[in-house]
Design a protein around this ligand. Structure first.
Ligand code: SF4
Length: 221
């Protein structure tokens, strides 16, 4: 997916939300169809349209990161956006390497399907080698049945794979945090217990809901 023309199309690639991070929007594709996905009721966050008509390549993304830094410093650059970043693993790796060379902290905000989506690659290992600083892995449920109902993954046995992905990220020295959304049916306590068992952190994520879409936390996607 790296043979892209420079993106001149619609859709924001790099944007700022609350806090001092720059967020990156690499794709609108995802291997989940979560009940609570912001994409169900909005075309973006923070006033930015995140619906892409063309997926950006590495050079498109790094150019947008440079542009975003011209507006001021940022604590980290986060792969997030309106889809699952590891659908574009090559771009994540290329941009992460670019950030590492500039000593800029990077974080992957993911549904944890990276290994399922890229079965021929040891994904946590290549992310660590590229220099990824942190990963925030969306788990939401403590058991597979609830996970499948809430997140509607395209893969079977995805719940176990998400936990394993996070566990391997921990093992590769990536700062790893499991998350659960504040949504009926999600199990923050159960997810926190799993996080503790694999050596990851845990964070409850506030969920963007339709009336507050434009001002709420961006990119639980
Ligand atoms: S919330 Fe995230 S993981 Fe779930 S469908 Fe939306 S983009 Fe995919």
């Amino acid at each position: 997916m790296d043979d892209h023309e420079p993106s001149a199309g619609r859709g924001t690639i790099a944007y700022r939300g609350r806090g001092d991070a720059i967020y990156l929007n690499l794709t609108n594709r995802c291997s989940c169809a979560c009940e609570f996905c912001i994409r169900e009721f909005s075309d973006g966050v923070y006033g930015e349209v995140l619906v892409l008509d063309q997926e950006p390549g590495v050079e498109d993304v790094t150019a947008e990161v440079e542009r975003a830094f011209m507006d001021g410093p940022a604590d980290e650059v986060v792969f997030c956006g309106f889809g699952e970043p590891t659908m574009r693993l090559d771009v994540v790796l290329g941009v992460t390497e670019w950030l590492r060379l500039r000593r800029i902290r990077s974080r992957l905000d993911t549904n944890g399907h990276g290994q399922l989506l890229n079965p021929d690659v040891d994904v946590p290992a290549v992310l660590a080698t590229a220099g990824l600083t942190a990963a925030t892995v969306s788990l939401n449920a403590a058991d597979p049945e609830t996970y499948d109902l809430l997140c509607r993954p395209m893969f079977s046995k995805a719940h176990r794979a998400v936990i394993r992905f996070a566990e391997l990220c921990v093992g590769h020295g990536i700062e790893t945090t499991l998350t659960a959304v504040d949504y009926p049916g999600a199990d923050p306590e159960g997810c926190a217990a799993i996080a503790g068992a694999i050596g990851a952190g845990f964070r409850l994520r506030r969920l963007a809901r339709p009336p507050e879409t434009r001002t709420s936390e961006g990119g639980e996607v």
